[in-house]
Design a protein. Structure first.
Ligand SMILES: [Zn+2]
Ligand SMILES: [Zn+2]
Length: 351
């Protein structure tokens, strides 16, 4: 049965504004329009940020009890990392290919790059040249249940550590190959080191067929893998590029980078920073941060809230093609978000 976790508006407002005098003061320095943008998201009936719902015991909240993080506890955490002048670039490292055909990988990661740059407004997001699985030198295996290829996540993090540029705020590795953290584990969606500002994430399980017998990434016959022989990755199946895959990838990537900023799982409202145990639960998350997490992000990045909304809307509405590619950006899955952003950006700023 479904459980709704609804907080009184006053409690949400105090999680947003905080109870500390100096932080209430900085809140008061937001323009009237910014306060409106923040506060209307707290009200019942907000289309994007409804109360959190728990659908079953396998959902995140029942299986991982966590304390809610309000703005004050985020702000006063001395260990969180904040971008600064020497470190304000997010680097994305693609590992292996995405989709089939020449140029598709480049196009896909360019869409992800643009989305992250709008989402983390004020930071620069750069792509490192894609690398093959072989060049990471990482250990791999065939999963004995799902019979697909998997890469060792911890070894990929070691690889990324060597690749991290000096001016990086963080480096994130992305791949369409499934990951595992250690031999005894079935799989992992991703793994991160928050203190070192890096993470690696796989979108393999976002393929609509992943959990079916039809999944094309299943190896047909038992093959004997030779350590260090990466030929098995040549022509290995990767999910087709669809709007749903792009939407899921954008949400995962922004969620995970959110953790690198020190934002914990959100328990306030439906929010992209909610924890998730399984695909159906990830799909339930809205694409954006709730007002409380938005203030955390705003305080780390210093953007004007309306400018960030405009940048996200611009990304959805504008086709940017790179290197002469003419593959249309599949944004159907973003249409609900687009409509919401249109309402948010409709009123011209009074100042
Ligand atoms: Zn998370
Ligand atoms: Zn939130």
């Amino acid at each position: 049965m479904m459980q709704v976790i609804e907080h009184p508006v006053e409690k949400l407002r105090s999680a947003l504004r905080s109870t500390r005098k100096d932080l209430i003061q900085t809140y008061e320095q937001y323009s009237r329009e910014e306060k409106r943008l923040l506060e209307e998201g707290l009200l019942p009936g907000s289309p994007l940020f409804r109360p959190v719902t728990v659908h079953s015991d396998s959902d995140w909240i029942p299986s991982h009890p966590e304390a809610p993080q309000d703005f004050l506890s985020f702000y006063s955490n001395p260990y969180r990392s904040t971008p600064n002048n020497g470190h304000k670039t997010i680097y994305i490292q693609t590992i292996g290919s995405f989709g089939e055909g020449v140029g598709i990988t480049e196009q896909y990661v360019e869409w992800l790059r643009g989305y992250c740059q709008a989402f983390y407004y004020g930071l620069v997001v750069k792509l490192l040249p894609p690398v093959t699985v072989a060049s990471t030198g990482c250990t791999f295996r065939v999963n004995s249940n799902t019979h697909n290829l998997q890469l060792h996540a911890g070894e990929l993090l070691n690889f990324l550590k060597k690749k991290k540029p000096k001016d990086a705020f963080c480096i994130v590795g992305i791949t369409m190959i499934d990951l595992y953290p250690k031999d005894s584990w079935n799989f992992v969606f991703g793994q991160a080191s928050l203190t070192e500002g890096m993470g690696v994430f796989s979108f393999a399980r976002y393929d609509d067929d992943f959990y079916t017998r039809n999944y094309a990434g299943r190896l047909k016959k038992a093959i004997k893998l030779k350590p260090g022989d990466y030929s098995v990755f040549q022509g290995y199946y990767t999910p087709p590029i669809t709007s749903t895959l792009l939407f899921r990838s954008c949400k995962t990537l922004t969620h995970e980078i959110g953790h690198i900023f020190g934002i914990k799982h959100c328990l306030w409202l439906q929010c992209v920073m909610q924890g998730s145990n399984h695909l159906e639960e990830s799909d339930r998350r809205p694409p954006d941060v709730c007002p409380i997490c938005l203030r955390k992000l705003q305080s780390a990045l210093g953007f004007k809230i309306a400018d960030r909304y405009k940048a996200l809307l611009h990304w959805i509405e504008n086709e940017v093609s790179c290197s002469g590619q003419h593959l249309g950006k599949p944004t159907q899955a973003f249409q609900g978000f687009r409509e919401w952003l249109c309402v948010k950006t409709r009123f011209p700023s009074p100042n």
